[in-house]
Design a protein around this ligand. Structure first.
Ligand code: IPD
Ligand code: CA
Ligand code: CA
Length: 263
């Protein structure tokens, strides 16, 4: 049974996402890019301003809620206590900069460590994916159903070949139907959620890359685990897979075969 409070909160967030629709075109038009760790690690004014806007919104509307987000310092955050939002203001920043497509906003809401609301907003395609604890998942207003079971032989797998050793890549290619990567952890995960991909693997995601996926996986009967098969800590991040239940075991067996997936 979903509480009235959770419904009101969902409505509040949907209203905020409507405001995003109004401000994003201008932000994108004025886009300028900076680098962080290296020339491939990009951040733009769009990332920063969307996050700042949400932070200001929380301060006004929900002042007791904490925000753990990519483009801010999170040293004072207690992720496992009280009301927590985890945000990736733009997931797939390289896609935004290079292609102006295939990026999203990720939001996950946790209460005392339990996921309650999740959003993956695919702005360029006008699709809001959301999950509500105890109720299910939606794309825009339409319910999402658990995807049909996919065996590894029939599945498209999504992973970053740059971070896996040759043996693991070869095994994944040979065992699966095919391989694709979008380059946004949120949108690669959505393909699994919709049954288009069998699994998406990220060997080093941060909390904001995977914040929303916990609840989608729970509501739709998908597997979301560490690459060792154990639990993923939403406050820390770490190696993860989101998978159709029909191929999770087989993909993990390949990842952990021999000396493992690392280079
Ligand atoms: C990145 C994307 C990418 C994934 C990286 C993330 P960002 O997020 O999700 O697909 O492979 O691990 O850091 O930097 O675009 O928010
Ligand atoms: Ca990200
Ligand atoms: Ca980001």
């Amino acid at each position: 049974m979903v509480s009235e409070d959770l419904r009101k909160l969902d409505q509040l967030i949907c209203n905020w996402l409507n405001i995003v629709d109004d401000i994003l075109p201008q932000l994108i038009e004025e886009m300028h890019t900076d680098t962080k760790k290296d020339r491939f690690d990009l951040v733009t004014n769009v990332d920063k301003q969307i996050q700042d806007h949400f932070q200001a919104f929380l301060k006004t509307e929900l002042p007791t809620h904490q925000l753990l987000a990519e483009e801010k310092n999170n040293d004072d955050i207690q992720p496992y206590e009280g009301h927590l939002w985890i945000m990736d203001p733009i997931d797939g920043t390289a896609n935004l900069v290079k292609q102006q497509e295939d990026y999203c906003i990720i939001l996950g809401y946790f209460v005392d460590g339990a996921p309650q609301l999740s959003y993956i907003y695919d702005y360029p395609h006008g699709k809001l994916y959301k999950a509500i604890a105890g109720e299910g998942a939606y794309v825009n207003q339409s319910p999402l159903l658990p995807p049909p079971t996919l065996s590894i032989a029939d599945a498209i797998l999504s992973f970053n070949p740059h971070v896996l050793n040759d043996e693991t890549i070869k095994d994944l290619f040979q065992s699966s139907f095919s391989y694709r990567i979008i380059g946004s952890c949120g949108l690669d995960s959505i393909r699994v959620i919709k049954g288009q991909f069998g699994a998406h693997i990220n060997t080093n995601p941060k909390p904001w890359d995977i914040a929303a996926q916990f609840l989608f996986a729970k509501e739709l009967g998908l597997k979301m685990t560490g690459l060792d098969g154990g639990e993923v800590d939403f406050g820390q991040g770490g190696p993860f897979i989101i998978s159709n239940p029909g191929c999770h075991k087989e993909v993990l067996e390949i990842m952990n075969k021999g000396r493992g997936y690392q280079k």
